[in-house]
Design a protein around this ligand. Sequence first.
Ligand code: G4P
Length: 190
Amino acid sequence: MKLLEERILAEGMAENEDVLKVDGFLNHQVDPVLMEEIAKDFALHFKSQGITKIVTIESSGIAPALLTAKEMGIPLIIMKKQPSRVLYNDLFQTVVASFTKETSYELTMSKKFLTDEDHVLIIDDFLAYGESAAGAIRLVRMSGATVAGVGILIEKVFQAGRDKVKENGVPVYSQVKIKKLSGGKIEIEE
Ligand code: G4P
């Protein structure tokens, strides 16, 4: 997606060889006009697939996922991250490990909002190692719903996220693919 690509090249910062900072328009300050364009692109890509709900993981996926839900005229469900292993009967839960942040958390979603009639699109900001996306797929499937696909704003192709999602039999659509981060330079895959 050209607009997002241009924005990354203009304002993104390669913090090191693994992490791209995009705090100015996505992870801290959010550009709503850019989010609207991102939403239109997702809606176009995933149209006519019978998608009934969008799911995202708090917090940075919320802005693009909300606008995509609005664009597609369907509800958004936000999966929550719980720090502790508290068990609740009314929640689906799964443990997600984060390589980038070197922690793990309990990803949770109420049992109320998805049924086996739902066909779900998962949207998130980054695809790194795919652990969050795989966790979101597990939770959606616990409800009996099916997963149409995973929509990602920024995929780092040098990490193994896409393979992890594909292992689960789910297609990935990413708007921008980062080939390499090195010496402060951001290389984008055409
Ligand atoms: P994975 O989910 O693909 O396996 O990746 P990983 O565990 O390594 O990443 C966990 C968190 O780090 C996610 O945010 C993800 O968005 C973020 N992240 C991964 N790589 C990058 C990067 O290159 N740049 C930035 N800015 N973030 C990255 P999170 O913990 O869910 O945080 P948030 O959604 O509350 O921002």
